[in-house]
Design a protein around this ligand. Structure first.
Ligand code: ATP
Ligand code: LTN
Length: 334
């Protein structure tokens, strides 16, 4: 709870061009939940450097991501949209929570295993303790709810364990966060291999719809999406390609998968793919236009970065000071 309201925290890394998976699995839910909670949406640039980044590219992408949050429908006057690196409490709390997290717990994280296999030449300590920084993000804001895709559930469970461990020793310091996972869009699969999740770091460009893709590109990628030879639109695990397209269409049109199946009864895959492509393209277009406008408006965006950075800093520091007292750090002399 913050300001007498339930609070919400989530974040994304500016490590590539966002995909439709990021949008339907996370960002879209953020917008839906925004009115109900005191919201903090961070561009988690400190997490990004667990994998080597080109500085100029990271800076540019971070700004693009922050504007994309707004373009997707988050009102920056009501929601605290900010850069993680502008609030030093994230790093300070992460240090403390590192001392309350076991190596064994971190060793079990599947994202660490995946990323260290992928970046075998740079298995740094930050990659290993990434989930502790994520726990700090969440716990700093006394967060009640964390909207994420399914792949982040293991990290969230760890954040809850750390909070519980800390509270058991020092009393009720942290709110216990809950994950919020959308019913249908929580895991959008690759268009080229429906057994894999759609990911912004996939090397095959046809596997992902990027939020920056033009309508023609979107339609072309859906036309090429891997399906099967059943020639029947059913919502079944035996047809993972079609199931994925139904999920995408379902979230975009706010229809249930059953309603979608009904709508396309007797129709061919070609018609269905076209409908999915057109629907997705029509959702992306206004977001792209708004983002382009915002990126031109430097003073407005700078104002948001400053004001929201200060707001995030205020709430984060409150929790940090409490934690520092609890663990026995000396009081500051004013
Ligand atoms: P990377 O490929 O670099 O690991 P990513 O595409 O998996 O990145 P993240 O930055 O790790 O994206 O995720 C941002 C948010 O989007 C998280 O809440 C995550 O759960 C969600 N998300 C990512 N991919 C998908 C997907 N395919 N379906 C649904 N949600 C997703
Ligand atoms: N690990 C997340 C991004 C992230 C996050 C968070 C999400 C960092 N801190 C706090 C929710 C809450 C990711 O890569 N998807």
């Amino acid at each position: 709870m913050l300001n007498g309201r339930k609070s919400l925290f989530s974040g994304m890394q500016a490590t590539g061009t966002l995909t439709l998976g990021n949008y339907l699995g996370a960002l879209n839910n953020w917008v839906t939940l925004a009115d109900e909670y005191e919201c903090f949406y961070s561009v988690v640039d400190m997490h990004s450097i667990t994998v080597r980044q080109d500085p100029a590219t990271l800076r540019k992408r971070s700004r693009e991501l922050l504007t994309l949050y707004i373009a997707a429908g988050l009102d920056p006057e009501k929601n605290c949209i900010y850069y993680q690196s502008h609030v030093s409490a994230h790093a300070e709390l992460a240090w403390i929570l590192n001392c309350f997290t076991y190596m064994g717990e971190l060793n079990r994280m599947t994202q660490f295993k995946d990323k260290s296999a992928k970046h075998a030449d740079n298995i740094n300590a930050g990659l290993f303790t990434y989930p502790v920084l994520m726990a700090s993000d969440i716990l700093l804001f006394q967060t009640d709810v964390v909207p994420v895709g399914i792949d982040q559930m293991q990290h969230l469970e760890l954040a809850r364990n750390i909070a519980e461990r800390f509270n058991n020793i020092y009393g009720e310091v942290f709110t216990m966060p809950q994950a919020y996972v959308g019913k249908v869009g929580a895991k959008i699969q690759s268009l080229q291999d429906p057994s894999k999740k759609m990911s912004k770091s996939d090397e095959n460009e046809n596997a992902s719809i990027y939020l920056t893709d033009s309508p023609d590109t979107v339609i072309r990628k859906f036309k090429r999406a891997v399906t099967d030879s059943e020639a029947c639109i059913r919502y079944s695990d035996e047809q993972p390609g079609i199931k994925n397209l139904i999920n995408i269409y379902s979230v975009c049109t706010k229809k249930t998968p059953e309603e979608v199946v009904k709508e396309f009864e007797g129709k061919g895959y070609g018609d269905f793919k076209m409908a999915v492509g057109e629907t997705v393209a029509s959702i992306l277009k206004p977001i792209q236009e708004k983002q382009a406008d915002l990126l031109k408006n430097k003073d407005y965006i700078d104002g948001i970065i400053k004001a929201n950075g200060e707001k995030a800093n205020y709430f984060a520091t409150k929790t940090l000071r409490k934690v520092q007292r609890k663990v026995g750090f000396p009081d500051r002399i004013r």
